[in-house]
Ligand binder design. Structure first.
Ligand code: NAD
Length: 477
C-alpha cells in the first residue's frame, strides 16, 4: 500500500466525512470529495479551518505539505485513481447499499473501501456483493486516533497500515457485532444518563460534571479495566471483582430498559442543554473541545500512555528537519496553547522553542536519552533572548542552531527563530555545561559526543558571527 498513490475519495462530507478530509489532507494525501449537498464545500472548509488550527499542534515536527482538495460533481470523478475510499453518508442501510453498489462498480480494484458506519456490520453492508470493511472513526476524526476496523482480514490489515501512517490507531474487532465496541459502551452510559435525567436525579450539566470531574479523566489514560485493576489495590483485579461484582445484581441499574423519548423528555433535555451550553456556538464549542483535547493528548505524549503513544509513534515517522548550512533543529507549527490573549506567541515559548532546538541538537551529537541514562548530560546555565518580531498561532516556525564554541566542558549555541516569511523573529544565545550526573559536577563530554560536536564546531567556525552575539540587555547594535 505504501507504494500506491496517496489519493483518498471521501463520499459524504458531513460531520464525519469532513473530519476524514482533514485527516488525509493534513497528512499529505490528495483528497476528492463527492457530496450532493450544495453546502458541503462551505461546511468542509469550516471543519478544515479548525483542523489546521488543531492537528499540527499535537506534534513537535512539521506534518507533510498538505495535499490537494477537489470537489467533484460525480461519484466516478471522485473515485478515479483513489487508493482509499471512505464512505460517510447518513446511517441508513438502504442508502449505504445503493452507494456501495456504485462504489464497487467504479472504484479502482486495489482501493480499500471503508464505511464510517457507527452501527452496521460488514455482512449487512455487503449483502449485495460489495467489498466494504467498517472503518469507524470518532469525532473529531482529525484529532482522535481510534478507528474500529471490522471485516475481511486481508483488507483490514492493509487498511491498518494506512491508518497508522495517518497517525490513527486501528483497533481490529475480532467478531462483527452491531455497533462494534465503543458505541456499545457509550450507548449503555447514554441510556442510563437518560433515565437519571428523566427521573429528575440530575440535570444534563450535573451528569456531565459527574463524568468530567472524575472518571472521564481516568478513562482517557487507563481505560476501564486498567483503572479497576488499580482500584483493587495490591490485591488486584480478582479482589476488585469480588468486592464490586455482587453490586451488579443489586437494583441500581436500569441498563436493560430504555426510557421512552417522549416530547416531554426531549424538551427537558434540550432545555437543560441550552442552559448549560447555549451561550456558545457549535464552532466555538468545537474549538474549545479541540484545545482541551490537544492539551490532554500532549500530556499523554510525555508518558506515552494511550493516545500519547500513538502520537509518539507517528511523530517518529515524520522526517527530521533538513540540514542546510546550519542544522534546522525545529520545524513545526506554533500551537494555540503557546499564545497569549493577543494571539501572539508568549515570550516564554521563545525559550521553549530554543529548548526544543537544543534538545534536537543534543540528539544530533549523540547526547541523547541513552547518554543521559548513562550518567552524562548538558545543563543550560544561561539564555539570552532577543525578541525581534511577533509570531502567531498557526505560523510555521523554524530554528537553526549554530555552534559558537564546543570546546571542553562548555557548549555555546546560537539559535535563530524564523517566522513564516523567513524573517528572523528572535535569537536565543544559550550556554550549556557538561555535567557528570553522578558527581553533579562539570566534566568533559564522552569521546563520541566530543567528536561529533567538534565536527559541527569546525563547520560553523567558517560562518560569519551571527548578529547580536554577546548582546546584553538594552544594548542594540
Ligand atoms: P451527516 O449527516 O453530518 O453527513 C452525511 C453527509 O452525507 C451529508 O453531507 C450528506 O449531504 C451526504 N450524503 C447524503 N447522501 C449522499 C450520497 N448519496 N452520496 C454522497 N453523499 C451523500 O452525518 P455524519 O454524522 O457525518 O455520519 C455519517 C456516517 O458516519 C454515518 O454512517 C454515521 O453512523 C457515522 N459516524 C458518525 C459519527 C458522529 O459522531 N456523527 C461518529 C462516527 C461515525
Amino acid at each position: 500500500m505504501s507504494g500506491l498513490a496517496k489519493k483518498a475519495a471521501i463520499v459524504g462530507g458531513g460531520v464525519i466525512g469532513g473530519g476524514w478530509v482533514a485527516r488525509f489532507l493534513l497528512n499529505g494525501w490528495d483528497v476528492s470529495v463527492f457530496d450532493p449537498d450544495p453546502q458541503a464545500e462551505r461546511k468542509i472548509g469550516e471543519v478544515l479551518a479548525n483542523a489546521r488550527r488543531a492537528l499540527p499542534s499535537l506534534y513537535d515536527k512539521a506534518l507533510p505539505p498538505e495535499g490537494k482538495l477537489t470537489f467533484c460533481d460525480t461519484l466516478a470523478d471522485a473515485l478515479a485513481g483513489s487508493t482509499w475510499v471512505q464512505e460517510s453518508v447518513p446511517e441508513r442501510l438502504d442508502l449505504k447499499h445503493k452507494i456501495h453498489a456504485q462504489i464497487h462498480e467504479l472504484a479502482p480494484a486495489e482501493a480499500v473501501i471503508g464505511s464510517s458506519t457507527s452501527g452496521f456490520k460488514p455482512s449487512e453492508l455487503n449483502e449485495h456483493g460489495s467489498r466494504v470493511v467498517v472503518t469507524h472513526p470518532f469525532n473529531p476524526v482529525y484529532l482522535l486516533p481510534l478507528v474500529e476496523l471490522v471485516g475481511d482480514g486481508d483488507i483490514c490489515a492493509r487498511a491498518a497500515s494506512v491508518l497508522r501512517s495517518l497517525g490513527m490507531y486501528p483497533l481490529i474487532v475480532r467478531k462483527e457485532i452491531d455497533a462494534h465496541i465503543a458505541d456499545r459502551l457509550l450507548e449503555a452510559v447514554w441510556r442510563e444518563g437518560l433515565w437519571l435525567i428523566k427521573d429528575g436525579i440530575c440535570t444534563t450539566e450535573e451528569l456531565d460534571e459527574a463524568i468530567r470531574m472524575g472518571f472521564g479523566l481516568r478513562w482517557a489514560q487507563m481505560g476501564l479495566f486498567e483503572t479497576y485493576r488499580v482500584a483493587g489495590g495490591e490485591a488486584g483485579m480478582k479482589h476488585f471483582l469480588a468486592q464490586f461484582g455482587p453490586a451488579l445484581e443489586w437494583p441500581w441499574t436500569k441498563l436493560m430498559d430504555v426510557p421512552e423519548l417522549s416530547d416531554d423528555l426531549v424538551d427537558l433535555i434540550a432545555e437543560q442543554s441550552d442552559a448549560q451550553s447555549g451561550h456558545m456556538s457549535i464552532r466555538e464549542l468545537e474549538r474549545l473541545r479541540d484545545d482541551n483535547l490537544i492539551g490532554m493528548m500532549r500530556a499523554l505524549k510525555k508518558s506515552g500512555s494511550g493516545a500519547g503513544g500513538v502520537l509518539n509513534a507517528h511523530e517518529a515517522t515524520l522526517p527530521d528537519p533538513d540540514a542546510t548550512d546550519l542544522p534546522v533543529t525545529v520545524d513545526r507549527v506554533i500551537p494555540h496553547s503557546w499564545t497569549d490573549y493577543n494571539g501572539h506567541m508568549n515570550e516564554a515559548y521563545y525559550v521553549e522553542a530554543s529548548g526544543l532546538a537544543t534538545d534536537r541538537f543534543m540528539e544530533m551529537i549523540g547526547a541523547d536519552a541513552d547518554y543521559v541514562a548513562g550518567g552524562n548530560s548538558y545543563f543550560t546555565v544561561e539564555n539570552h533572548v532577543c525578541y525581534l518580531s511577533e509570531l502567531l498561532a498557526g505560523d510555521r516556525l523554524t530554528v537553526t542552531t549554530q555552534v559558537l564554541n564546543g570546546d571542553g566542558k562548555k557548549l555555546h549555541l546560537f539559535h535563530k527563530l524564523y517566522g513564516p516569511r523567513g524573517e528572523v523573529a528572535a535569537t536565543v544565545e544559550t550556554l550549556l555545561l557538561h555535567i557528570d550526573l553522578n558527581s553533579r559536577k562539570t566534566s568533559l563530554p564522552l569521546e563520541q559526543v566530543a567528536h561529533k560536536l567538534t565536527s559541527y564546531a569546525k563547520q560553523h567556525a567558517d560562518l560569519p558571527e551571527p548578529e547580536g552575539v554577546g548582546r546584553s540587555i538594552g544594548k542594540r547594535d
